[in-house]
Design a binder for this molecule. Structure first.
Ligand SMILES: Cc1cc2nc3c(=O)[nH]c(=O)nc-3n(C[C@H](O)[C@H](O)[C@H](O)COP(=O)(O)OP(=O)(O)OC[C@H]3O[C@@H](n4cnc5c(N)ncnc54)[C@H](O)[C@@H]3O)c2cc1C
Length: 499
């Protein structure tokens, strides 16, 4: 680049979060290089679930239909006692959700990563350097320089920002000397993924078996696959449990001989950690580098992708449009409370399941059965905490909450609002008011012909919040509600962080 940088943004780690972030930035005209130490996509599945917000995010990348084609919708998630009583139930019903996509989607992570990489290969602004391992970096006033080892020797790459999407053992986090808050969960589980030959012999909903003799998870995955996870008991070692004979014994009660064959087995330690700083100068952390959680809520990857959407929105405003770099300071305050809320949900689930003492398990069962009988169970479906600090117009109705996506049918085909409105921020106004703005804000009246199929839903939403207009951020969280001109001014006027 003419300004002495090799790219605007250097992403370390070509896992799902790094690649998705590169794609979001590249499509917005930001020059990105992603470096990945491995030469191929990590072949073993980890994430099995993504939520509806993530499907909407894939929709914005043009990938939702491709990903849905290899996924299955989950309708229910049950926590059962050893004797099969329902201790806790999350119902996803017909799968509808605020985002217009099914609430709970079971996926195959390597297939999802392949879709992301294929899309990245078609993006002129982004390049993936496989086989590049970050060894060190130095930060200067206007740049960061990464030093890499590769099979062709040492490489140097200079960028305006460096983002660590390099997973749980993040080199970037270590080099930046960023510590972590340990939320004190550390349990070893054996994960067994299978190829399905006869789905009729398998459970059709997701299950946690809260059996103190062997806490067990049994979940759907993408088409043609099913997963079991077994908690290790004290004294059990990875080498002895991750064997065909041991797993055959664990699967015996499920009576699935001939219905599935084992694709892989591996022991993971489930942790809950949060990095103390998600931004330090020109360095940012996202995904597992910034936070880790046990997989009981199926939210580690989902949270990382929400980080990516948040950063992409900010960097794509800063780099081409010269918005203030301070906008990046809103990243952690906006994201960390959401992640903490989700980690708390995952820990609540994990602490419910991971009880090995039969007396404590019996007490838990009695308490949860009583709570269910009295109707005071968990919410019907997990809710994700809204943004309450950051780049939002605090004090206006619904600021920081998630903006729904209405859909309509045309000749049987589903037409969703985002496809009509496009990327970027929107100012939707009840009337045909005039508003001038110059920072990529799409201003539209409810009377606009394009909004006709969604007019009733959108008018209902504005009525419910007693609002004349709503300004929706590109990550589909609400900046604020109120008079259109006031919103536009707060978004891009002289005092806005966009200046
Ligand atoms: C058993 C299990 C089940 C799970 N289930 C779910 C689920 O259902 N839903 C969900 O949302 N999440 C789930 N997760 C979590 C999810 O898999 C992770 O949150 C997600 O993979 C994190 O993505 P990432 O891109 O941040 O990190 P990673 O996928 O770990 O990618 C990091 C990348 O950085 C590369 N890298 C590391 N160091 C360097 C370096 N120095 N230089 C260059 N490259 C480097 C690595 O090779 C790797 O490719 C589960 C996890 C496990 C273990």
């Amino acid at each position: 680049m003419a300004d002495g940088h090799d790219c605007d943004v250097l992403i370390i780690g070509g896992g799902p979060v790094g690649i998705a972030l590169a794609l979001m930035l590249g499509r917005k005209g930001v020059r990105v290089i992603v470096t990945e130490k491995a030469t191929e996509i990590y072949p073993l599945p980890r994430a099995a679930h993504v939520d509806h917000e993530i499907m909407r995010l894939f929709q914005s990348l043009g990938l939702a239909d491709e990903i849905m084609a290899t996924s299955r919708v989950s309708t229910r998630y049950d926590f059962l006692s050893a004797s099969g009583e329902v201790l806790m139930r999350f119902e996803f019903g017909d799968g509808s959700s605020p985002s217009g996509w099914p609430a709970s989607n079971m996926i195959h992570q390597p297939s999802l990563e392949a879709s992301l990489r294929k899309a990245l290969a078609g993006c002129d602004m982004a390049a993936l350097k496989s086989g590049w391992t970050l060894e060190d970096f130095t930060e200067e006033s206007d740049s960061v320089e990464g030093r890499f080892s590769t099979s062709d020797g040492e490489k140097i790459c200079r960028a305006k920002y460096l983002i660590g999407c390099d997973g749980a053992r993040s080199t970037v986090r270590t080099l930046a000397q960023i510590g972590v808050h340990d939320l004190e969960f550390d349990e070893p589980w054996l994960v067994v993924d299978t190829i399905v030959h006869d789905a009729s012999r398998l459970p059709s909903v997701n299950l946690q078996i809260c059996d103190p003799a062997r806490p067990t998870t049994c979940v759907l995955m993408g088409n043609g696959r099913h997963r079991w996870e077994f908690m290790l008991k004290p004294g059990e070692q990875a080498e002895t449990v991750a064997t065909e004979s041991f797993v055959a014994e664990l699967l015996r009660p499920w009576n699935v001989v001939g219905a599935v064959s084992i694709e892989r087995m591996a022991v993971y330690r489930f942790h809950a950690l949060i990095a103390r700083h998600w931004r330090k100068g020109r360095i940012l952390l996202a995904g597992d580098a910034a936070h880790q959680m046990p997989p009981f809520a199926g939210q580690g990857l989902c949270s990382g992708l929400r980080d990516a959407a948040n950063i992409a929105r900010k960097l794509s405003a800063i780099l081409p449009h010269q918005a203030m770099d301070a906008l990046l300071d809103t990243y952690q305050p906006e994201r960390e409370p959401n992640v903490r809320g989700i980690i708390n949900l995952a820990l609540m689930m994990g602490r419910t399941v991971c009880i090995l003492d039969p007396v404590s398990a019996k007490q838990r069962d009695q308490m949860m059965l009583a709570a269910r009988r009295s109707g005071s169970g968990p919410p019907p479906a997990p809710e994700y905490p809204p943004i309450d600090d950051g780049f939002i117009l605090k004090g206006t109705a619904a600021a920081g909450t998630y903006f729904p996506q209405p859909s309509a049918r045309d000749d049987g085909a589903v037409m969703r609002l985002d496809d009509v409105m496009g990327d970027g921020a929107w100012l939707i106004m009840r009337d045909d008011g005039v508003c001038s703005t110059d920072v990529g804000l799409r201003v539209i009246s409810l009377n606009d012909e394009n909004l006709r199929p969604y007019q009733r839903d959108l008018a209902h939403w504005l009525d419910r919040h007693n609002a004349a207009s709503v300004l929706v951020r590109p990550d589909r969280y609400i900046f604020g509600t109120g008079a259109g001109a006031d919103l536009a001014n707060a978004w891009s006027g002289p005092d806005s962080a966009f200046r």
